[in-house]
Design a protein around this ligand. Sequence first.
Ligand code: PGA
Length: 255
Amino acid sequence: MRMRKQIAAANWKMNLSFQQGEKLLDDILTAKIALADHQEVIFAVPYPYLLMTRSEVAEEKNYYTAAQNCYHKKSGAYTGEVSAEMLHSIGVPYCVIGHSERREYFNESNAVLADKLNLCLENFITPIFCCGEPLSIREKGTQNEFVAIQLKESLYHLPAEKIKDIVIAYEPIWAIGTGKTATTEQAQEMHAYLRSALAAQYGKDIAAQISILYGGSVKANNAKELFSCPDVDGGLVGGASLVAADFIEIIKALK
Ligand code: PGA
């Protein structure tokens, strides 16, 4: 059985000028952190920076670029939108799907996200599918049921051979950009739950191959502890991915 990947994914969101982005990548790549075969670094950058990022990482083993979103229709009269096919045509291998900011500010439903996942997979793009509960749900203690519905409605139509190629990011909304990280116990508990839910649906072997990243205030000083959890396979990192020295430490924290 293939070893699942350990991934440090940067999510720049709507930050940095083109020049700042280029400098950040240069600063990170000149650190020359050699990645093992099972480790990857992914930069999810704004659309206009994708080609630049792709060429920056082209010579680096296991460094990749990702889009932060794509549209849920194949093509057509959708002014301002970007399709999965377009991303594939410029060699983008990953795409973040269903980030909580997109769910909240752009009303992306589980059904729309299922369409996006399908389009990514049809176009050979690996989706990084985000799930996670808001604070009100965590306070009620129903977070497992909440994320189970997100998985069921967006993922479970996929056959086993497709699901094993997607990456999942668990991002509790109360931890995103708040400086409030889930404890290692909370992260491990949820990741183990997600893996058991995937195992119930697709079998243990498939579930064991799926990388589940943690996101929400991952920092240079907590990455190692979070990533050391047996079911946490790296992180999706916002704020700390914008500072070269911090993201370098996060990459080095990968198992
Ligand atoms: P944060 O963002 O690291 O700034 O909390 C994480 C994310 O939203 O992916």
